[in-house]
Design a protein around this ligand. Structure first.
Ligand code: AMP
Length: 390
């Protein structure tokens, strides 16, 4: 059983919150604050009850060394503004100076410095884990994006706590993604896109028996089309997965699942050349870089019928305006639908944001790799580490 934040005894306690503030930073400025905002409800909830909150996160890949480029200082500024409370940035995440700050009654909110300044974090070192754990009495994990890693702050340190559980964001992720795998609303439509079949094999296999309808777009669709004997020009293809695609198509048929592949394409000779709309087979000199208008209608028609939709992976080279229409129209279709809509994956979430409809989908999953592993049906170490007896 995993305890919810509301079930934990936080009153007057020192509470350690593992957050995922691994945000994009350019020239010292955070360019996308979605991950920070997602954890604010948990932080506000803890702050209302706890004596002290210690917030920890990793940022980038400093490689186990202190590197000012990867300091959490810019995160501190955003947190202080958002929480309307002073936030102290500790000089490190463990050690005597940090312990002194924690003891000092003047500081209520302490942001620990980047966990990955210590190689022991990724090494899940037990001594380091114990040092982190010694700072607090309650452990809350809200870092879904790091839950697929067995690191000291996500796994190792949890065994030192009796009082531990999931933050509101982690809880929300577990609720929506868990529901999707265990008790989906029907019809349940999954739309998978993105560049490669190889990244999605686990997800395809795990979802196949659960969905009513599978829509495949993006670069990965061409491996499936080739498996069906359709000419795909020089579109992206993974020859080594054609056989697997054939098996998945057969499996869908056997299970009575509606499987839809693109029937038309926005194609070009190269990514930066003029584009044309093509139905059916793609000539040798062209590659498919977005779904065409008929496919858009087909996919949107299936989405309209759904009670639950999962979308992972853009259906075209959406970074280029000319090949972004398919992805935009899918984002819009999700926003217009009454279904429970769940969007997973960094690029797909970015596409929903670009379309400005982020408030009209039910759930934007914050974990890239973690979300995919969850959808593959794998047990995530950061989630297992929160399990307590009944
Ligand atoms: P993924 O990380 O596997 O979800 O793939 C996302 C990437 O796939 C994005 O950068 C898209 O531009 C790219 N992509 C989607 N459709 C196509 C396509 N038809 N051809 C080439 N790249 C594509």
């Amino acid at each position: 059983m995993i305890r919810r934040l509301k079930e934990l005894d936080l009153d007057g306690k020192r509470v350690f919150v593992r957050a995922d503030f691994n945000v994009p930073i350019q020239q010292g400025k955070i360019t996308e604050t979605h991950r920070i905002e997602s954890t604010l409800p948990t932080l506000r909830f803890v702050l209302a009850k706890a004596k002290k909150v210690l917030i920890a996160s990793h940022l980038g890949r400093p490689g186990g060394k202190k590197d000012p480029q990867w300091s959490l200082a810019p995160v501190r500024d955003v947190l202080e503004k958002s929480l309307s409370a002073p936030v102290v940035l500790a000089p490190d995440c463990v050690g005597a100076e940090v312990e002194a700050l924690v003891r000092d009654p003047r500081h209520r909110v302490i942001l620990l410095e980047n966990l990955r300044f210590h190689k022991q974090e990724e090494g899940n070192d037990p001594v380091f884990a114990q040092q982190l754990a010694s700072l607090a009495e309650v452990y809350v994990n809200d870092a879904f994006g790091a839950a697929h890693r067995a690191h000291a702050s996500t796994a190792g340190m949890t065994k030192f706590f009796r009082e531990k559980g999931a933050g509101l964001l982690l809880q929300k992720e577990l609720e929506y993604l868990g529901k999707l795998l265990a008790r989906p609303e029907r019809p349940f439509v999954a739309l998978l896109g993105g560049a490669k079949v190889s990244d999605k094999i686990g997800v395809l296999k795990n979802l196949m028996p659960k969905v009513d309808c599978l829509l495949i777009g993006g670069g990965m669709a061409y491996t499936f089309l080739k498996a069906e004997g359709v000419s795909i020009g020089h579109s992206l293809v993974e020859e080594e997965h054609i056989e697997l695609a054939r098996e998945l198509i057969a499996q869908a048929g056997g299970l009575g699942i509606t499987l839809r592949l693109p029937i038309d394409h926005i194609a070009a000779e190269k990514r930066n050349e003029n584009s044309i709309t093509i139905e059916g087979s793609i000539p040798q000199n062209l590659m498919g870089l977005d779904i065409g208008p008929k496919t858009r209608d087909l996919f949107i028609h299936e989405i309209r019928k759904a009670k639950m939709v999962l979308w992972n992976g853009p259906v075209g080279l959406f970074e280029e305006e000319r090949f972004s229409r398919g992805t935009k129209s899918i984002a819009q279709a999700l926003a217009d639908s009454d279904a429970v809509s769940i969007v997973a994956g960094g690029d797909t979430v970015a596409a929903v944001m670009q379309a400005g409809v982020q408030n009209r989908v039910t759930h934007l999953s914050t974990g890239g790799g973690a979300t995919l592993e969850f959808l593959e049906g794998k047990k995530l170490p950061g989630i297992e580490a929160l399990e307590v007896g009944e």
